[in-house]
Design a protein around this ligand. Structure first.
Ligand SMILES: Cc1ncc(COP(=O)(O)O)c(C=O)c1O
Length: 415
């Protein structure tokens, strides 16, 4: 007979940060036949599989004893140079010494949290926020200072008012481009304002930016580190290369990076050597990145446009801002729908479509009438089928007299 959990003397840390929302969403999404718009998975056809296969042949034939060996905690030098180069192209100049290779940006988040945050310290973040970040901060026993946002990202005026009131976050967490889940883009004015606030109040800005390169029309903005050096950048390659290798970059002020590298040493000694060499080898082809990103942008732009027009014509009760990049639509359920987001998600699952209800992302704001839809992994016929099924969910949830006649105005940028 299974023993009760209490008999295993689990630490207090394991009781903090609720991971059940993500687990149950992913379990439902993985059910056979389910059309999943739930996960944050990139499109499999976006992976540079051929390039990686060629890179594998190359590194394994030329340097097997090196690529299969232990490597420095900070990362192999080719990969650190690549991270520093990418950081320099998109922000302030960076060198290898200020670049750390992490096992995904999720590890970067964990490392920077453990490097800066003691139990009871305050972490400010946009509300709603990426679930993986919320859980990491909660597990560290941080006090979450929820800052509302809109289509221009975290509202730095509200943050300033909170700082004036005496709140003293050690770090402020932002996802500046195509925010997960809202799709917001932090405006240039707010970036500058945030940088000024970090100088005045002495916090570190953690800029987690996995979607920055997946823009549709308007190119990404430079990192906030062009305005202040109080920035730690988490540079995931999961959405622009592939998540399976678990190779990402982190750059920031040298003392912070050195401390984070000590924390990393206790965690996993290093990120996987072979994966780092594969990524560095693939990027060593000078034309790779530009061509690859151009392909990804048109892939996701087409998917986003398709979902947008399907929803627009079939489900006027889902209200969302025009997608500008990234993988997600953050949709508000019109008031006339007799379902909140959890009930909507449950009804969608019954019809074989997985979507994520908004409230797990939300700290203080009310997410009960929001759902997040990903357009990344479904094919065109699947998007067609999934939206037909969601339309049926909405029809069932309309008052009898309103069915088929609802008219809701599209309100761009309404988050
Ligand atoms: C905002 C954000 N940060 C970090 C991550 C995790 O990235 P990685 O795969 O590099 O760990 C995700 C994944 O969805 C994300 O959306």
């Amino acid at each position: 007979m299974a023993r009760p959990t209490s008999e295993y003397l689990l630490s207090r840390l394991t009781q903090r940060g609720d991971s059940t929302a993500i687990k149950s969403i992913l379990a439902v999404a993985a059910q056979p036949g389910m059309l999943s718009m739930a996960g944050g998975l990139p499109a499999p056809e976006s992976f540079p599989a051929e390039m990686l296969r060629a890179a594998m042949d190359s590194v394994m034939s030329r340097r097997p004893s090196e690529v299969l060996q232990y490597a420095p905690t900070e990362g192999v030098s080719e990969m650190r140079d690549l991270v520093a180069g990418l950081a320099t192209q998109t922000g302030a100049p960076c060198t290898r010494e200020r670049a750390l290779v992490t096992s995904g940006s999720q590890q970067g988040l964990d490392l920077i949290t453990r490097t800066l945050v003691d139990p009871g310290d305050t972490v400010a973040l946009e509300d709603p926020s990426y679930l993986g970040a919320v859980q990491t901060f909660q597990q560290a026993d941080a006090r979450l200072l929820a800052v509302p946002g809109d289509s221009e990202g975290l509202d730095t005026e509200v943050l300033e008012a909170l700082l004036r009131d005496g709140h003293r976050p050690k770090l402020v967490y932002v996802v500046p481009h195509f925010h997960n889940p809202t799709g917001a883009v932090l405006s240039p004015q707010r970036r500058r304002h945030l940088a000024e606030l970090s100088e005045t109040y002495g916090f570190v800005i953690v800029e987690d930016d996995p979607y920055a390169e997946l823009w549709f029309d308007e190119p990404r903005q430079p990192s906030i580190d062009v305005y202040t050096d109080r920035v730690v950048r988490l540079m995931s390659l999961s959405k622009t290369m592939c998540p399976g290798l678990r190779v990402a970059g982190m750059v920031g002020p040298a003392p912070v990076l050195m401390a984070a590298s000590n924390v990393k040493q206790c965690t996993d000694l290093q990120s996987n050597t072979l994966g780092q060499h594969l990524v560095a080898e693939t990027f060593s082809d000078a034309g790779f990145l530009t061509g690859h990103l151009t392909r990804l942008r048109s892939l996701y732009r087409a998917k986003a446009n398709e979902l947008e027009s399907l929803l627009f014509s079939r489900i006027p009760q889902l209200i969302f801002g025009k997608p500008r990049g990234g993988l997600f639509l953050w949709c508000r359920l019109a008031a006339e729908l007799a379902l909140d987001a959890r009930a909507f998600a449950a009804a969608a699952v019954e019809r074989g479509v997985a979507v994520v209800p908004g409230d797990p992302f939300c700290i203080r704001v009310d997410g009960s009438r929001y759902v997040r839809l990903s357009y990344a992994t479904l094919s065109s016929p699947q998007l067609d089928e999934a939206t037909a099924r969601l339309a049926a969910v909405c029809r069932d949830a309309l008052p009898i007299r309103g069915r088929g006649t609802a008219k809701i105005n599209f309100r761009g940028g309404d988050l």
